[in-house]
Design a protein around this ligand. Structure first.
Ligand SMILES: Cc1cc2nc3c(=O)[nH]c(=O)nc-3n(C[C@H](O)[C@H](O)[C@H](O)COP(=O)(O)O)c2cc1C
Length: 185
C-alpha cells in the first residue's frame, strides 16, 4: 500500500471526547478535552490542559479533577464547553453537578460515566500542563450496565478526529481474543 507523508498534526489521531471538571471560584466549571487517556495498568489517567484555561486554575487549586464521558447525544453541549470559557461564561448552569463524599471536584449527572481523579504528577509541555490523576472514584449510570459490566454501546461515547465527532460504531473484535484466533491460522 502506498503511504503519503502528511503534516505533523495531532488532530489526525482519534481521541476520546471528555469534559474535565473542577470547581473554580466556588462554582463548577467544565472544559472539553481530547488530550486524555490511560497511561498504565494502574487506575491512572492523564489529561492535558492549556495553562491559561479557567478549568486549569481549579484543577491546580484543588489537586483533583473529574473526567466526565458524555454520550453522543450530548454533542452540542460538549462542543459548547470547548468553545466558551468559564472566564466569561458561567458553565456551572449547563449541567447538573454532583459530588462524591470527598467534595473535591464536580461531576456531571448527565454524563453516563464519571471519574474523580487525584493529581499525582504534573508535567508542563508547550504551554499546557499534563495532569496525571489517580482514579479515586468512578460512577456509572445503572442503565449502562449489561449484566454487571459497563457496556460501551450503552455509554455511547464520542471520538473526535479531524474536524468531526463520531460515535463508537460497532464492535469489530474482542480484546486479547482476536490475536489468539490469528495465531491459529
Ligand atoms: C473538540 C475540542 C477538544 C479540545 N481539547 C482540548 C484539550 O485537549 N486540552 C485543552 O487544554 N483544551 C482543549 N480544548 C479547548 C477547551 O475546551 C476550551 O478552550 C475551553 O473553552 C476552555 O474552557 P475554560 O477556560 O472554561 O477552562 C478543546 C476544545 C474542543 C472543542
Amino acid at each position: 500500500m502506498e503511504k503519503l507523508k502528511i503534516k505533523n498534526y495531532p488532530m489526525v489521531s482519534p481521541a476520546p471526547t471528555v469534559l474535565v471538571g473542577a470547581d473554580v471560584n466556588g462554582k463548577p466549571n467544565y472544559a472539553t478535552v481530547g488530550a486524555f487517556g490511560m497511561v498504565c495498568l494502574e487506575p491512572v489517567f492523564y489529561v492535558s490542559l492549556k495553562s491559561t484555561h479557567y478549568t486549569t486554575i481549579g484543577v491546580k487549586e484543588n489537586g483533583y479533577f473529574s473526567i466526565n464521558v458524555p454520550s453522543a447525544d450530548m454533542v452540542q453541549i460538549t462542543d459548547y464547553c470547548g468553545i466558551v470559557s468559564g472566564k466569561t461564561t458561567d458553565k456551572s448552569i449547563v449541567f447538573t453537578s454532583f459530588y462524591d463524599e470527598l467534595k473535591k471536584a464536580p461531576m456531571i449527572s448527565e454524563c453516563p460515566l464519571n471519574f474523580l481523579c487525584k493529581i499525582i504528577q504534573i508535567v508542563p509541555i508547550y504551554g499546557f500542563e499534563v495532569f496525571f490523576g489517580e482514579i479515586v472514584s468512578t460512577y456509572l449510570n445503572k442503565q449502562c450496565l449489561t449484566g454487571n459490566k459497563p457496556d460501551p454501546l450503552k455509554i455511547n461515547p464520542m471520538i473526535m478526529m479531524g474536524t468531526s465527532y463520531f460515535d463508537l460504531g460497532q464492535a469489530v473484535g474482542n480484546l486479547f481474543k482476536e490475536g489468539v484466533e490469528y495465531k491459529k491460522l
